[in-house]
Ligand binder design. Structure first.
Ligand SMILES: Nc1ncnc2c1ncn2[C@@H]1O[C@H](COP(=O)(O)OP(=O)(O)OP(=O)(O)O)[C@@H](O)[C@H]1O
Ligand SMILES: [Mg+2]
Length: 283
C-alpha cells in the first residue's frame, strides 16, 4: 500500500521539479452547465414524508457560485489545463478498458471534501464529449449529495426514490442536453442510506443501467468510517481513489486501500496540486 502513496509523492515531486519548485525524483504525470430534466412524476406522499430534501443538506457556503464553479472545470473552462488533465485521465481509463471491463467506475476518497464529486462530475463531462458514447453519472452520496447543485439540476426524484421504487429509473434520470450527459441525482435523503446502497435494488439498477450506458460513473461518499463507499465499489468494475494534495494523510490512503477490493483499483488521482495552472494530478 505504501507504494501507492509513495508513487503519488513522486508524482508531486516531479511536478514541482518541472515547475522549478523542488528536487528531482522519478517520473509520473499531472491532472483539477443548461439542463433539460425528463418529466418525472412527483414522489408518493408517503415517501416524501420520510425524507429530507437533498437541497436542504447543502450549506449556504457550499452553495456559493464560486464553490459550485470550482467543481465545473470541464464545463466552464474546457480549454483549461485542468480540463486537459481530466481528458488525459479519461484517456488512461480508456487505455485500461482495453484490458479489463471498466464500464462502471466508482470515485471515492478517504475523507470528506477531498474532491470526489469534482472528479466524478468532470470525468463524466469529458467522457460524455466522446461522440457516440452514452454516459451516466450517478450521485451515490445519499448523505451529502452535491451533483445536482453543481450541475444546477432540480430533480423531482432521485436515487433514493428509484431504490425505494417510488419512482422509476427512466423518470428520475435527467438528461443534461448541453453536455450530452445523463445524471441520476439525489433528491431526498433517506434515513437508511447504507441499507439502500447495499440493497438488491441498487444492484439491479446498475445492471439495468449497464445495458443502456457505455460508461457509468458513481460519485460516492468518503470511504473511511462509512460502509457506503465499499458497498458501491463492489458493484463497480473499477475504483478511482482521490487523494487531496497536502491534505490526505498517508495512513488514510493506506486504510482506504485495505478496505477496498484492490483488484478493482484502477488508479489514484492527486487533487489540489497548485502549479502550471493545474490543480489536479493523477498517478
Ligand atoms: N483541485 C481543487 N482546487 C480547489 N478546490 C477544490 C479542488 N477540488 C475540490 N475543490 C473544492 O473542495 C470542496 C470539496 O470538493 P468536492 O465536493 O468535490 O469533494 P468531495 O470529496 O466530493 O466532498 P464530500 O466528501 O463532502 O462529498 C469543494 O468546495 C470543491 O470546489
Ligand atoms: Mg462529494
Amino acid at each position: 500500500m505504501a507504494k501507492h502513496y509513495e508513487a503519488l509523492q513522486r508524482a508531486e515531486a516531479e511536478r514541482k521539479r518541472k515547475a522549478g519548485l523542488g528536487p528531482e525524483p522519478s517520473g509520473s504525470a499531472a491532472v483539477g452547465w443548461d439542463t433539460t430534466p425528463h418529466s418525472a412524476p412527483k414522489p408518493k406522499r408517503r415517501v416524501r414524508k420520510l425524507f429530507r430534501n437533498a437541497s436542504e443538506s447543502v450549506s449556504n457556503a457550499e452553495d456559493s457560485a464560486n464553490e459550485l464553479n470550482k467543481r465545473r472545470v470541464a464545463i466552464l473552462q474546457p480549454e483549461s489545463f485542468a480540463s486537459e488533465q481530466f481528458r488525459m485521465l479519461r484517456g488512461r481509463i480508456d487505455a485500461l478498458a482495453t484490458q479489463q471491463k471498466l464500464q462502471t467506475v466508482a470515485v471515492t476518497s478517504a475523507n470528506p471534501g477531498e474532491g470526489k464529486s469534482t472528479a466524478s462530475i468532470n470525468l463524466a463531462v469529458v467522457t460524455a464529449m466522446s461522440v457516440g458514447r452514452k454516459v451516466l453519472l450517478v450521485d451515490c452520496d445519499l448523505r451529502r449529495p452535491k451533483v445536482h447543485k453543481t450541475l444546477g439540476l432540480a430533480p423531482q426524484s432521485g436515487l433514493a426514490e428509484v431504490l425505494l421504487q417510488s419512482s422509476t429509473f427512466e423518470d428520475s434520470v435527467i438528461n443534461v442536453d448541453s453536455l450530452g450527459l445523463d445524471v441520476l441525482c439525489v433528491r431526498s435523503l433517506p434515513g437508511n442510506p447504507s441499507e439502500l446502497l447495499a440493497s438488491a435494488q441498487m444492484k439491479q439498477m446498475l445492471a439495468m443501467a449497464a445495458e443502456v450506458y457505455d460508461q457509468i460513473i458513481l460519485d460516492t461518499p468518503a470511504c473511511l468510517g462509512l460502509p457506503d463507499s465499499k458497498t458501491i465499489s463492489e458493484l463497480s468494475d473499477g475504483i478511482l481513489v482521490i487523494v487531496r494534495a497536502d491534505v490526505t494523510r498517508k495512513e488514510d490512503v493506506d486504510a482506504v486501500l485495505e478496505i477496498l477490493d484492490r483488484r478493482r483499483l484502477i488508479g489514484m488521482v492527486l487533487n489540489g496540486v497548485e502549479a502550471s495552472g493545474s490543480q489536479y494530478g493523477y498517478y
